[in-house]
Design a protein around this ligand. Structure first.
Ligand SMILES: Nc1nc2c(c(=O)[nH]1)N[C@H]1C(S)=C(S)[C@@H](COP(=O)(O)O)O[C@H]1N2
Ligand SMILES: [Mo]
Length: 512
């Protein structure tokens, strides 16, 4: 019985905490906050291992692991509580305090964030003490006759109380889950923001992408990546849920005057539309952590100038609602024509939640980890010497401009092709300068200049195609790009860490 009491108390605490969190501040759910804290405190090798072992299932696996651990802890505490009743209460209280600590040490904690773990703590302790007292008074599970005539009603009281707690837990947990998965109004907020963006007058529109910008009939990816296919990389255990109505951004640090901006404030500024190719530093040669979208947002540079950037502030640290941080060179963002954005829209909609709703940063020409903060919450003007950030702490470079790179999309590796002329096609990118040439060759043969598709702008990828005459047998096709600076992509193969992979992409095909 003591074990059941303990487990019911923990379940009631978790469920009530999740419900309160779903109502007031989704990220403050004790369960989720503890999971986030585990990720924050895990040494880098553990995080890398989890990612490679479980892939994108790493988050559910972690949450399930915490669930199993809670059951084990509850059972152990329950066993101990048979001898020493105080242990049972102490265990539940300790778990509650752990949740409070996880939320308090989390990113940008606010007073409302405390509501959920505190409710969980109080509910957990109250249930544990209440049921435990009933159980002891009435002899617990010791079954059999139970003796006296009033034993039956007493056991009934205990069973009834337990059932009531269990039912309450299910209802609270179910309601919490339903609310948090419906995103506490996030979906409605997204629809509303999509509407406001559609109704807004853009100060600058992106020219439509011409059909000549891609070669889909040859097997290249579409020029603009549909939102559902846009690559996704982040360390967020659960997607931070902030309604556009509740969002605000603080710009502070080495500035003349602090700014606090809401979505309304942003929508009052000139809105610009830009087609930009984003790239992840973790992309391996030939990989697909690169995508293109039409972003709508406000220019970041004038906003920073309004705040008055101190000349000493060489780094912009942006913090996500989930605590993740990126460090961007101030000079890059302020560079004339760079076009860094606080983006609100992506491909005709408000940002999808997994891509940073309601506001994210996008800086053309920089890898995402040093620039593209999603669920943006805070911008601090500081120095590289003064503050380090998430991935820099884990061995990645302080500065990371995108390296000139290309990819062969067709033919697909290990294809069997009929002899004769073979169509080769792919993409190349060198944001922010653009691509001026791509060459392809078979084996050690001569380089063949590819035909380039129409350039949309230098901050986007550029598609290419070429024809090669291949004799029967197996061939390795290799490509290399040249950027507008005249730099030919290096063939030296390096791994993504610390500042991006290099090397020529290649594909093996068999001509029959
Ligand atoms: N809050 C937050 N923002 C983040 C990250 C993150 O882990 N958390 N990852 C960054 C990295 S490494 C990349 S490459 C881009 C990816 O953006 P996407 O998922 O929209 O493609 O987001 C950046 N912004
Ligand atoms: Mo990335």
């Amino acid at each position: 019985m003591a074990i059941l009491v303990e487990l019911l108390a923990i379940a009631a605490a978790v469920a009530s905490g999740h419900l309160v969190a779903a109502l007031v501040a989704p990220a403050s759910s004790p369960f989720v906050a503890v999971g986030d804290a585990v990720v924050r405190l895990s040494p880098q090798p553990v995080v890398e291992f989890a990612k490679s072992a479980f892939g994108t299932a790493d988050k559910p696996v972690l949450l399930a692991g915490i669930g199993v651990l809670l059951v084990l802890l509850g059972a152990l505490a329950g066993l101990a509580a048979r001898r020493r009743p105080a242990v049972g209460t102490a265990a539940v209280a300790a778990l509650g305090l752990l949740a409070v600590a996880a939320v308090l040490t989390g990113p940008v904690p606010t007073a409302t964030d405390l509501a959920a773990p505190v409710v969980a703590l109080v509910v957990g302790v109250a249930v544990q003490r209440g049921l435990d007292r009933l159980a002891r008074r009435h002899g617990g599970t010791r079954t059999g006759s139970g003796g006296s005539g009033d034993g039956v009603p007493r056991r009934t009281v205990l069973a009834g109380a337990s059932a009531a707690v269990a039912a309450g837990t299910l209802v609270a947990g179910g309601a919490g889950l339903a609310l948090s998965s419906s995103g506490s109004g996030i979906a409605a907020s997204r629809v509303a923001l999509t509407g406001r963006l559609a109704a807004a007058t853009l100060a600058e529109t992106a020219p439509p992408v011409p059909a000549s910008a891609a070669f889909p009939q040859l097997g290249t990816v579409p020029f603009v990546t549909p939102n559902a296919d846009f690559y996704r990389i982040d360390v967020a255990l659960t997607i931070p849920a902030v309604r556009a109505e509740d969002w605000s951004l603080r710009v502070h640090g080495r500035v003349g005057r602090e700014l606090v901006l809401t979505v309304d404030d942003l929508l009052r500024r000139p809105l610009v539309q830009r087609t930009i190719t984003m790239t992840c530093v973790s992309n391996t040669v030939g990989g697909n952590l690169v995508s293109t979208a039409d972003f709508v947002g406000v220019e970041l540079a004038p906003l920073l100038l309004e705040a008055g950037v101190d000349p000493s502030a060489d780094q912009i640290v942006s913090t996500s609602r989930d605590g993740w941080t990126a460090g961007t060179p101030t000079a890059t963002v302020l560079e004339p024509g760079r076009g860094a954005l606080l983006a609100l829209g992506m491909n005709g909609e408000a940002l999808p939640v997994e891509h940073g709703f309601p506001v994210r940063m996008v800086v053309p020409g920089l890898y995402g980890y040093v620039s593209a903060t999603k669920w943006l919450a805070d911008i601090e003007l500081t120095t590289f010497a003064e503050r380090s950030v998430y991935w820099r702490d884990r061995g990645w470079a302080e500065r990371a401009p995108i390296k000139t790179q290309c990819r062969i999309d067709a033919p697909v590796g290990f294809s069997k092709l009929p002899a004769g002329r073979v169509q080769v096609a792919g993409v190349a990118w060198a944001q922010p300068v653009g691509i001026t040439a791509v060459e392809v060759r078979a084996d050690d043969g001569p380089w063949v200049r590819a035909e380039l598709a129409t350039e949309v702008n230098p901050n986007t990828w550029r598609m290419w195609r070429a024809e090669l005459d291949l004799s029967p047998g197996s061939h390795t096709l290799t490509a290399r790009a040249t950027d507008r600076r005249g730099l030919v992509q290096t063939d030296v193969r390096v791994e993504p860490i610390p500042d991006g992979a290099t090397g020529w992409p290649s594909t093996i095909v068999t001509v029959v």
